[in-house]
Design a protein. Sequence first.
Length: 169
Amino acid sequence: MEAGIIISFVVAASTNNAIGKHNKLLWHLPNDLTFFKNTTWGMTVLMGRKTFESIQSKPLKGRRNLILTHDKNFSAEGIKVVHTIEEGIQDTQDNNYRELMILGGATVYRQTMKLAQKIYLTRVHYIFEDADAFIPGIKEDEWRLVSNEDFYKDEKHAYDYSFQVWERK
């Protein structure tokens, strides 16, 4: 375990690992928003500056918000700026949180994939060919699926999707 805390991804990704286009999500799944809120509530969350800007530069309520950026002058109300992943890990530990939840974007997921021990994944069962942001693939020789709950498209959800939890082997 890295620095005594669990490092987790919380991500929604399509069948081809797409997560966005032009700094926006590719879908609107109300149940996923509820899953995301319930999973991250009361936790420390870390996201890149572009991801933060994609949510109108407002901190997520009920969570400790860490924003990762190289910009030494960046600041926003209600967040803490960190300039390295290690600084985010240290802040999480210093504030007595057990888990650091990585919220993206694609660059942050790539930078932290080797550190992650758990993935809370909403798998959207569709291939988005025009996406421009992707998560690294989950290699099944390194990860094991510990839970999976399937849902089907309906009047509020345009795609079939699954809530999955993966743990590093």
